[in-house]
Design a protein around this ligand. Structure first.
Ligand SMILES: [Zn+2]
Length: 313
């Protein structure tokens, strides 16, 4: 997987990009794909091409020129606080001061240091991974797995669930469709995690699906995981049942992925691999496994086989 080799990772010359001046968590690398911006009539009809996802930066050419000719001027501009309008909170502090500094650090130490790379990315993306992760603020895939811009097509939702094909359109399967059919990713990675509020909501609901809330309606996608967990963990505490369901739900999502004909076809042909994983942020460990399609049998009562299981700690 050439794109993730160390040699191809960016050189972060200023460690402060990773370690902000405060001890607050790193919020500098947004990873949530705003699928609403992508799903358009052309995408639905299959006419979309990679240029529709271009990260447009009208001033970049000028910026590049400035960088080569007038570095001191550029530096002044990057630090010119007076040009920025502060967004003050009621308490008088600026919520965006830290975020702004992180962005400028990224621009100065990452973007400007890798202009050729970002120039290519501006024209097209070719990520190896499609990632489905929870919306939980503690499980940002780019932070915990080091995905750099262009390496992972990411969709995040409550409890990192993949609804089955029959459930109809959603932002998650729209992102899957684009990643698999247009970007032709080689891997789909579903990341579950510890203390997942969405899974807790799933395990807390009544047997008849709660429809009075958006959360209840959404997490009901994982009802099979809940049923399997309840059957396997009757003697365990509720907290441990939830932990069990966090992994069971990932496996249900892997099975649901295969309900999409264009995914199963590629998995069957060896063009696409689908992986489950589990990030435990209470211990900072990461477990991953790969669906073994050939050894699995998805008929009723069949078996779910995995391979290449690994535990990183
Ligand atoms: Zn979660």
């Amino acid at each position: 997987m050439a794109s993730l080799s160390p040699a191809n990772l960016y050189v972060f010359k200023d460690p402060s990009f990773y370690v902000p001046s405060t001890s607050s968590p790193d919020l500098s690398r947004p990873s949530v794909l705003r699928t609403r911006n992508i799903v358009c009539s052309k995408a639905v009809s299959g006419e979309i091409n990679q240029t529709h996802l271009r990260f447009r930066s009208p001033s970049k050419r000028n910026l590049k020129l400035q960088a080569s000719v007038e570095p001191s001027k550029l530096s002044k501009e990057l630090n010119n606080e007076k040009l920025e309008t502060a967004t003050a909170t009621e308490g008088g502090s600026d919520l965006f001061d830290e975020i702004k500094q992180r962005f400028l650090n990224f621009k100065k130490h990452v973007y400007m240091q890798n202009l050729e790379h970002f120039d290519k990315l501006a024209n097209a993306q070719a990520p190896e991974f499609m990632v489905v992760a929870c919306a939980d603020s503690r499980v940002c895939p780019s932070s915990i797995l080091g995905f750099q811009p262009g390496e992972a097509f990411v969709v995040r939702n409550v409890a990192n669930m993949v609804p089955p094909y029959e459930s109809g359109p959603s932002e998650t399967n729209a992102a899957l469709e684009f990643a698999v059919n247009s970007l032709k990713v080689k891997n789909i990675l579903v990341i579950g995690h510890s203390k997942c509020g969405g899974i807790r909501a799933l395990m807390s609901m009544h047997d008849d699906v709660e429809t009075s809330s958006f959360i209840g309606s959404w997490v009901a996608v994982g009802m099979n995981a809940r049923v399997r967990t309840k059957a396997a963990t009757t003697r365990l505490s509720f907290d441990r049942q939830c932990s069990h369901c966090e992994k069971e739900s990932v496996n249900c999502s892997l099975v649901n992925l295969l309900s999409y004909p264009w995914i199963e076809e590629k998995v069957k042909g060896g063009e696409l691999s689908i992986h489950g994983s589990y990030y435990d942020f209470t211990e900072c460990t990461f477990e991953k496994w790969t669906l073994d399609y050939k050894e699995s049998n998805f008929e009723e009562g069949g078996k779910f086989a995995v391979k290449n299981r690994a535990f990183w700690c």
